[in-house]
Each structure stands twice: as C-alpha cells, then as structure tokens.
Design a protein around this ligand. Sequence first.
Ligand code: HDD
Length: 769
Amino acid sequence: RREAPTHRGARPLRVLCREVPKLWDSIAPSRRARTRSTFSEEPPMTQQNRAGVRRQKPANGTNAKQEQLSNFTTDHTPLITTNQGVQIPDNHNSLRAGARGPTLLEDFILREKITHFDHERIPERVVHARGAAAHGYFEVYRSMSQFTCADFLQDPAVKTPVFVRFSTVAGSRGSADTVRDVRGFAVKFYTQQGNYDLVGNNIPVFFIQDAMKFPDLIHSVKPEPNNEIPQAASAHDTFWDFASLMPESTHMLMWAMSDRAIPRSFRMMEGFGIHTFRFINARGESHFVKFHWKPKLGIHGLAWDEAQKIAGKDADFHRRDLWEAIENGDFPEWELGVQLIPNDKEHAFGFDLLDPTKVIPEEMVPVQRIGRMVLNRNPENFFAETEQVAFHPGHVVPGIDFTNDPLLQGRLFSYTDTQISRLGGANFHELPINRGVCPFHNFQRDGMHRMTIARGQVAYEPHSLIDGKDFRVDGGSAGFQSFPEDLEPPKVRRRSPSFDDHFTQARLFFNSQSAPEKEHIIAGFRFELSKCEVPAVRQRMVDNLAHVDEKLARRVAEPLGINPPDAKAAAGRAGFRDHRITMPIEESPALRMVDTGDGSIKTRKIAILVADGVDSASLRPIREAIEKAGAQCKVVGPQLGTVASASKRQLDVDATYVNMPSVMFDAVLVPAGAQGAAAMSSNGDAVHFVLEAYKHCKAICAVGEGVQLLSTLGIGADTKPLPAGVIVAPTPVTNLGDTTAATQIAQEFIAAIAKHRHWDRANVESVPA
Ligand code: HDD
C-alpha cells in the first residue's frame, strides 16, 4: 500500500505497556487514570493530522501544545523495568560471583543504569545557559491583518500556546539568578502555521552591531580562559577591555549598568525583539516592526547590594519566584506591543533601523498594544522542557520576515548550528517541547535520534511514485513568502556609515532617567570598573563615557584612582566613531523604570517580624488589608514553630530571621508589644533585618513599641519628616482595634509598598547593613 508519508510520533510507554501487560495490570486503577494520556490508544501525531490545518479552536484552560505534550508524559509506576521493558527484581544489588565476589560483566541491568547515568548531561547553552521557563498562551486583541498575515495575529478568539524561557547570559547553568546581566526573554509561539520564536532580551539594544563580533563579546564577558574566573559577572578586565575598545557598546552598557540588569523578578521585566523585523500582509505589503513585551506588574529592580546578597542566600531567587507565582495562581502577564513603521519611512529617523544598538523612542513611534500573554503552567520536567527547548530567531511564520540587520543575519545561522551540538543532531525539532502543533512534513530523513517513521519508498521531490501522481513544489503564493526587497550592490565587507553614531542614544537614555536611577547607573559603572585591575581599562572606559555625559564620566571616575575623563583621548583611539545624529527629543520618559506597573501590590512579599511578646492584635488588621490587596505575608521570627504573643496566644512562625533574611522580601511590618520589641532590639539578626530593609529602600511599617527597632536607625515615631517609605503608627497605639487608625496605617503602608522602592530615601549609605 502506497500513501503519502504521514508522521507518527513516538509512543514509548504504550509499547512498553503492551509488552509488559502484567505491569499495567498491577497499576492501581486510580494511578491508571492519571497515566491515561501516557497510555492513550491515540498516537500523538495521528491526533495532529486529524486536526489538519484547521484553525485551533479557542481553548480555555487546555491548549494544543499541552495535549500534545501529555502524549509524551509519564508518571512513575510501582514497578521498574529496564529500558527494554524487562522487570528489575532488585534495584540495590549488582550481580556478583558470590556475595563478596567481583561484579559480573553480564549484569545488563547494572550496565544500562550506569551507562545512562554517565550520559545524562548535555552541553549547556554557550550563552543563556541558566534559565527558567513556563507554558502559557497568547491572544491578540484585534486582527492585525492590515499589517501582517501571521495566522496567530488575526483572530482574538484564538489562544496560541506559548513556551517562554527567561535566562541570564553569562553564567553557567548552576550560577546565581540575581547577578548583574542582561536577561533573555525567549518566546515560542506554537501557531497553526508553524512555530514562531521571538528570541529577545529585557534590554532593547545590543552590545554590538555585527554578528562577526559576537564570539569576541561573549569570550570577553565569560570567565577568563586561564582560570575560569569570575562566574556570571561582567565585572572583570576582559569584558571592560573589549567594551571600552568597542564604543558601539556604549548605549547597551548604560542599560546594563542600570537596574534593568538586576530585575526584582522575571515577571517584572520588559522584553524586546531588539532587531527591526518586517510585518507582511496578504497583499505583500511590508511594515517595519519592533516588538515589545510590557509586564503588567511594571518594571522593577533590586538594590545592587541586595542582588549580591540574594545570589548567596537564594541562588534560585528568580526561578523560585516564577515557579511559585504560577503555582499560587498569580499568572504573570505581559502585553505584546509593536512599533510600526511604513516601508517608505525607513530612512526617516536619522539613525538606521537596521542598527541593533538603537531604539525608536516611544515618543517618536508609539507602542501599540496588540495582545497579551499569560503564563499559567509550570513545566513538568526541567530537562525535557526548559533545557531541551530550542529557540531560533529564524523560526518565523508567513507574515513576519527579517531585515538586513547584520546582527540578526548572523543569528539566523547560529541557532540551528548550536542546537545540533547541544541537542545531539539535526532532529531536535522532534523533541516534544520543540514539535509544532500543526502538521509538518518534508523529505528530510534519518539522522541521530530520528523518531518519525515515514512510510514508503519516496524521500525526494518531485516524485511520481506515490499513488502514481506527479508531485512538485515549485513556486506559488502559499506558505512563507520572503519580502522581495531591492538590494544595494556591491557586495562589501564594510559597515554602513549610518551605523556610526555611538553616543547620542546612550545620552538620551541617561538624560531620561530619574535622579535615583542616574545614581544607580553611576554606582554600577563604579563597581564594575573598580573590579578591573588594569588602570588603562578603567581610564579608557571613562574617557568614552565623557562622550555620553561629562558629569557622568567625572562621577564614575572619582573613586577609581585614575585621571579625570579625557574625551579627546577617546576620540583619538582606533575604531572610535561619534558621528552625532540629532534626535528630536532630549528625554524619553518611557525609558525609565520608576512609576511603572498597575500600582497594585499583588504578589509582593511582606515580612512580619515577630518575637515572644509581640502584640498580635496590632498586626492583624494591617495584615488583612495587605493580603486583601494581593501581597503575601510571612511571619518571620527567631526560630521555627511558634512565638507567644503578649496576650499569650501562639503565633505560627513561617521562617526565621536567618533562613529568610530581609532580601527575600519587599517590605517589613513590625508589630507593637513592649516585650516583643525589646526581644527583637537585642537580637542582632532582627536588627540587621530591619536595617537592611531600610538600606534597600523598602517600605517599613512599625506599630507602637515596634518603633524601637527603628530607633537603631535614629528613627523614632516623632522624627520629622519620616524617611520616604517609613510608616510609623503614633505611640502609644498598641491597640489598633481602632479600625479607622488601622485602616489608615494599612493604606499608607500599601501605598508605600506599591512604589516598590523608595530610592530617594536619604542617607542610606550610612546604614551599615
Ligand atoms: Fe543569542 C541563545 C537572545 C544575539 C547566538 N540568545 C540566546 C537566547 C536568547 C538570546 C534569549 C536563549 C534562548 C533560550 O532560552 O534557549 N541573542 C539574543 C539577542 C541577541 C542575540 C536578543 C541580539 C539582539 N545570539 C546573538 C548573536 C549570536 C547569538 C549575534 C551569534 C551570532 N544565542 C546564540 C546561540 C544561543 C543563543 C549561541 C545559545 C543557546 C542557543 O542559542 O540556543 O546560538
């Protein structure tokens, strides 16, 4: 029987089940129900083929990708077998010649187990090795057919499954989450026209303009090759040596030294496609497009001191935050925004749309919010999903096309290439997480780990041996159509002069920041450069910065033991370009982080500091109000178990001052109670907790005698004015049973938490935390 080749997916456990019927019978019925999908009679790809090219029905709660993955998902059973399905009688003892004799080579059970273990690591990603991911969906608000024929951007009733991986760039798989670094923001849309990957970052520009320099950039930032130091840090000589010799990196450096590079949460980051892409509509018309992800919770960062401490106290801080938010049903959400530029306006900006070191300020081209993405399901298995997912900026769908951005063009080569060595061959698209949810078929065959069994003798095109019919794929208007762009000859190995301005947008970024954000950028540069042992590297960098802003450069240079910045010296160096363009705006408020978000305190973490003798009644109304507003409270005490309140009630303690220090929280509430306040004031860890929260500009609310703890900072209830973000209930309010007073304090505290951080708090440097 000859028929068109169809794809049939793997059904490993179903086969195993057939071969070991007893095993299946031995599984309790309740367990069978849970493993139903695994043992489904329906092979996965058959389901897909039945779905054909029909549009995915709007699905609430489930989606096509989830259903597909369930066919590859297994639960543990009470019995274990070898990979060939042979039941293993004893998983503790190898086969020996006598109880004390040598192990026998014939022990295939031992050999299989050890061999598999020996090979269970794959190479980590050469960049973005550390990451965390989640499933969700995307829905468009209105049809974008005027601009693009991309299937997933047409119908607001369609939910397109997505898988999103966030990452750091420089660190290894086991490095800490909160290091200063760019964050990857990679989204795979499983659309009905194929997978579309938007492989972006949380910063809208890049360090370099041409992919030719990518290996150099990464070699400079990764641990140095002689001693593999430092891990996950750009604060070392080789990075700043390279960066200072590549003035095109200046704009991105400004972002990387800002709080964007130490996010509070993956859920509180923007994402950007960075390159200019093209939207193509059904008539073949093109618009340039820049992609933005706007987080519902706003854009928030950590304090640098805090980020460093978290790296030691909870290296999984971001990963845990994402996981827990989804488990708690607080699904992270972003809106997809686009900046659209008509094809004939390509040269209207003064800078080049193809230059990935430039943004188009939102004040010049507004961001239209066209849809939203919700992450609502954690992966089942880190390796199978988060590690094996393979993103590629070249995974585009009809309606989205590339531009000639030379960084993007190089990426189009790199990603498939890297998956081949990382995932062990050319068939990585068959891994469950990477499979499209629409049918896919071609005549590529064989290769390592091929899973599809393509029937018949034909593996080429054109052909005539299937059903005796001639078959040829030769032109036509269906499928992916590249935009027929006119190209500019001749072929050259040269950069366009329109890429020569390296400082104007760095300056625009700096000028657009609020005063505390500017200070953080200066502090970021100072810290990083102070870690460079070669003074010439520090000097070269501040000389470059003088072309961004004289004062910025001077402030950065001050504590670095070098000469004042010398703009002329920078301009005299090889490779230096400063062909200034004129931007029509001097500031772009959209580039700031402050005051972003929906103003809510949802998912913020609040520590309630306790010890024996606190007045639990004083904290109840405030706790209720902040929890009602969506924040999560944890009671933090000197030890686990309970503490006794002033009224001799037992108060459950969730965490200790030491195992969940202040850096794990967004705000602190200190209740009333003379005995409790005295106990905390004489406990170094409790004092440190509140000092540190104060230093990191977090909201602090102290009630009644709880103020005593703040007095270690010289803050009493009568301090005027109180430092920003510090709320003190007037003494002697030990009983906030007075609901009006309690409500007012709670509202003030909520407003202070909603500001995220009080970066303008005075004199935090003097706090010794
Ligand atoms: Fe890249 C991974 C983002 C430039 C080569 N890149 C990778 C990931 C992200 C980005 C988010 C991780 C994807 C995941 O979670 O699996 N990369 C970017 C952005 C860039 C960029 C936003 C510039 C705008 N990248 C870039 C260049 C090259 C690469 C210029 C090479 C010429 N990137 C890679 C890679 C990686 C990668 C080596 C490593 C792992 C992988 O691809 O799958 O191919």
